[in-house]
Design a protein around this ligand. Structure first.
Ligand SMILES: C[S@@+](CC[C@H](N)C(=O)[O-])C[C@H]1O[C@@H](n2cnc3c(N)ncnc32)[C@H](O)[C@@H]1O
Length: 256
């Protein structure tokens, strides 16, 4: 019979999601709640369901990865990005931005909107990745409910979206500015020469050790003078030891 460590290994093989890098309490709670909901008693049964029932497999990945996102999330910080950080970065002729753990696309598309407002679309490349391929397919469709667009100022909402039947369809120009790809932050190689990495509300589920490794890899992936933007509730306490500067709340800079 499978014990929990072996179950985690089997899940890692099946989904390429390494549960041991996620905080165990939260994972255990989510796994146990699904086992209860599905009326399963052993990890063997659970694994069998994941292997044979695509619908339940999808539900499991969704539960593990939690895809909540919205346009201009944490607006105060987002406006700092727009008004302070982006103009600084755009002193370079071309810049590269990566939204890591982009979920349904609201985050990278928010950047695409800012980039257009700054008149810099032809000078910025926006990459966006997530481990969850299902949410990436949703991101590429770029159709949102009111909850996801509610923090956008009304003028930007009407400028970039078409509202039909209570859904908000992002325009094709903005969609065309973001390049999505599947990527696991815990396993895969990172892009390089990036001027801005946005990774918000992703590492909250990772262990301290996994986070430490991630920040080292982010630092390496940044160009000198480049920024890492993190979520409002996830400051990097050891930023100095890691080699970052912290000029502004939520923004960490790689020294020139
Ligand atoms: C709460 S959403 C955050 C979305 C967006 N960054 C924001 O702040 O609105 C977290 C995302 O992290 C992704 N994620 C979780 N583990 C990941 C991993 N190991 N590699 C890449 N993405 C991961 C999830 O699939 C999910 O879409």
């Amino acid at each position: 019979m499978l014990d929990y460590p072996n179950f985690k290994n089997a899940v890692a093989e099946l989904t390429e999601i390494d549960l041991s890098s996620y905080k165990s309490q939260q994972m255990d709670r989510r796994i146990n709640s699904l086992m209860q909901i599905w009326g399963l008693e052993t990890y063997d049964e659970f694994l069998e369901v994941l292997k044979t029932n695509p619908q339940k497999y999808k539900e499991f990945v969704k539960k593990l990865t939690i895809n909540v996102s919205e346009f201009f999330r944490n607006s105060e910080r987002f406006y700092e990005l727009w008004k302070k950080i982006m103009p600084q970065l755009l002193k370079k002729p071309q810049i590269r931005i990566w939204s890591a753990g982009c979920s349904d696309g609201a985050e990278p598309y928010s950047i695409a909107i800012v980039v257009q407002e700054l008149g810099a679309s032809d000078r910025v490349k926006i990459l966006a990745s997530d481990v969850d391929k299902i949410i990436l397919a949703k991101a590429e469709q770029a159709v949102y409910g009111f909850n996801e667009v509610k923090s956008l100022p009304p003028d930007l909402l009407s400028k970039y979206f078409e509202n039909r039947d209570n859904l908000y369809y992002l325009n094709d120009t903005t969609k065309g500015l973001v390049q999505f790809y599947a990527h696991n932050l815990l396993l895969d190689d990172y892009a390089s020469d990036l001027d801005l990495i946005i990774c918000r509300n992703v590492v909250i589920y990772f262990t301290e050790q996994a986070k430490g490794l991630l920040y080292q890899k982010f630092l390496k992936a940044l160009s000198p003078g480049g920024y890492l933007m993190v979520g409002g509730t996830e400051p990097i306490l050891a930023y100095r030891q890691l080699g970052f500067e912290n000029p502004l709340t939520s923004f960490y800079r790689k020294p020139e």
